[in-house]
Design a protein around this ligand. Structure first.
Ligand code: P6P
Length: 352
């Protein structure tokens, strides 16, 4: 009888298959879809790691739906994830930050059971200065049963996600994901080209003393956010204040650090952006699912992100995400001090 030697290495593929066994009716489609995403992440990682060496930096000349100039690596990353999902056969279509409209796949993939919302390279303005960037993805089961997917398949609230995750292309490259049973992190071992389980069952500390916010926008913040931030900056050693400000302009990196150490990331409404800056479908929802699965909280300052009924694949929403105690304290300040007109306004008329 073969006695399997003990090895302390679990690859992402092995982990996905092991976890699939927890779902007796799973036929492997979601597992296959997650593997497709991992393949694209490895290809993007290879290019991100040498972005400074080849002529892949600089403007691609085009603009994305946000009106932001697209860096060549944005375009490359988007192409890799679309190609991997199109050929994988499990995904019927994609809503991408880099595409104005949903991308529907034809052939066998058009009957795929899932749809994906993705920010293929978040924080890409950091590429030229060698600061970590990331990919954020969100997976839903289609609502329509046959024929091409429709935009309604994408406009589902975050609580309906079946999986969510991110890749952070940092000092090491990690893939962190959840299928609703906890959060697990995998570090890419370039010597074998595999994501290996390195952070099993990730849980965020219930409290923390790191806050991540663009202090440069302070003057435009709602009064409640200003008062909350000021409360973190007082000299109060008994409560470990002043807290530490850590903000590198890359959501995935700030989120990942706070997930491990405890903390809060805030991108609130401002006078200029009444719904904040971040995108609900492929930034806030996946990060909110991950954070709730890791024992933290994610709100728009007033209600859970995952409850928001989307009306547009690119709609924005404010984001307060991190340690539960910190997010709830920030919400208390908003309720107590912020003016009504600074509450996020959503197109479907529902207020928070
Ligand atoms: P600001 C990157 O563009 C991003 O979407 C997030 O990754 C990041 O946290 C935020 O925007 C930075 O925005 O306005 O502070 O530069």
């Amino acid at each position: 009888m073969y006695r399997q030697p003990k090895r302390n290495l679990t690859t992402l593929g092995e982990f996905i298959i092991d976890k699939q066994a927890d779902f007796p009716f799973a036929k492997g489609e979601l597992s296959s879809l997650l593997s497709d995403i991992a393949i694209a992440a490895k290809i993007v990682n290879r290019e991100v790691n040498k972005a400074g060496l080849v002529n892949i930096l600089g403007e691609a000349g085009s603009e994305n739906v946000q009106g932001e100039s697209q860096k060549k690596l944005d375009v490359f990353a988007n192409e890799q994830f679309l190609a991997a999902l199109a050929t994988g056969g499990e995904c019927a279509g994609v809503a991408s930050e880099e595409n104005d409209e949903i991308i529907l796949f034809d052939g066998a993939s058009s009957s795929g059971k899932y749809i994906v919302a993705i920010d293929p390279l978040d924080g890409s303005s950091n590429i030229d200065v060698n600061v970590s960037v990331g990919t954020i993805f969100s997976i839903y089961r289609r609502k329509t049963k046959n024929g091409p997917a429709t935009v309604d398949d994408f406009l589902q609230p975050g609580y309906d996600q079946v999986a969510a995750g991110y890749v952070v292309y940092g000092s090491s490259t990690m893939l962190v994901y959840t299928t609703g049973n906890g959060v697990n992190g995998f570090t890419l071992d370039p010597s074998i080209g595999e994501f290996c389980l390195s952070h099993p069952d990730m849980r965020i500390p219930s409290g923390g003393n790191i806050y991540s916010v663009n202090q440069g926008n302070f003057v435009h913040f709602p009064e409640g956010v200003k008062r909350y931030i000021k409360s973190l900056q007082i000299d109060d050693k008994a409560n470990k204040k002043p807290y530490t400000l850590r903000y590198i302009g890359s959501l995935v990196s700030d989120f990942h650090r706070n997930l491990i150490k405890g903390g809060i990331y805030i991108y609130p409404t401002t006078l200029g952006s009444p719904a904040g800056k971040l995108r609900l479908m492929y930034e806030c929802n996946p990060m909110a699912m991950l954070m709730e699965q890791a024992g933290g909280r994610a709100t728009d300052g007033y209600r859970n992100i995952l409850e928001i009924e989307p009306t547009d694949i690119h709609q924005r929403c404010p984001l307060f995400v991190g340690s539960t105690q910190m997010v709830e304290e920030a919400m208390d300040y908003l309720r107590q001090y912020s003016d009504a007109e600074m509450k996020p306004q959503y197109a479907n008329g529902k207020e928070s």
